[in-house]
Design a protein around this ligand. Structure first.
Ligand SMILES: C[S@@+](CC[C@H](N)C(=O)[O-])C[C@H]1O[C@@H](n2cnc3c(N)ncnc32)[C@H](O)[C@@H]1O
Length: 217
């Protein structure tokens, strides 16, 4: 199955609780209208096929996970994975994460933001399509609660270095805290689908973790 093609969800599966179009999100944001149980909200930006979302939601039932994915077929695929297991703490938004951060999430509303293997957009004239751009990084800082975490992983060294530089320039997030690679115990034991692809291809993966300071000076 190539990039952009993914199996359509079983039409008998009810996705109405798990798949949200970005226009349907409550504005002003009310997490309790999206998740039935209270809990800290973590966002997975560009959740792709939903590997991280599913694993994290299974491992941490006390936390709520919101994937945001701009390709509708991938958003529906991820939503189907969590809907099949009837997970109450995982939801997928079909839409642009930059818009959702800017227009929907209030200050200090998120416990963590995960950005794994964002599209590199190699060509210079396409760079503006990247996710890790200044307005988004400022929105990440604004929407994280004090002590909240930003996880950023990629296999593109240049994107990694540029983003870390930008984070230092435009935010007060503290880091990077290095994150160690964990050996895979079986064929699907990876953090995300793209981490799996990179590691099976023998490529290095660059991982970073940042925290919002507890006190804003
Ligand atoms: C290279 S894939 C990585 C998927 C997944 N995070 C992983 O590590 O396997 C990047 C994903 O981000 C999505 N994406 C890119 N820009 C986005 C945006 N502005 N909002 C939401 N999703 C976006 C793409 O559609 C794609 O599915």
């Amino acid at each position: 199955m190539g990039r952009g093609s993914v199996r359509k969800p079983d039409p008998s599966l009810d996705l109405s609780q798990h798949l949200w179009h970005m226009d349907r999100l409550p504005r002003p944001w009310k997490a309790e209208q999206v998740f039935p149980q209270p809990g800290p909200v973590e966002v997975d930006v560009g959740c792709g096929k939903g590997m991280f979302l599913l694993q994290a939601a299974l491992e941490h039932p006390e936390r709520n996970y919101l994937g945001i994915e701009k390709q509708y077929n991938f958003a529906a695929y991820s939503a189907a994975r969590v809907a099949k297991r009837q997970l109450p703490n995982a939801r997928v938004v079909a839409g642009d994460a930059l818009w959702v951060f800017r227009e929907v999430f209030p200050d200090e509303s998120l416990a963590a933001v995960h950005v794994y293997f964002p599209d590199p957009w190699w060509k210079k004239r396409h760079r503006k399509r990247r996710v890790m751009v200044e307005p988004f990084l400022r929105d990440v800082e604004r929407t994280l609660r004090p002590g909240g975490a930003l996880h950023f992983w990629t296999d593109v060294k240049e994107y990694f270095d540029e983003t870390l530089q930008l984070l230092a320039q435009v935010t007060r997030l503290q880091g990077p805290v290095p994150v160690e690679e964990r050996p895979a115990r079986h064929d699907l034991d990876y953090h995300t689908n793209y981490e799996r692809k990179a590691r099976l291809a023998g490529k290095p993966v660059y991982r970073s973790l940042f925290f919002k300071p507890q006190e804003s000076a």
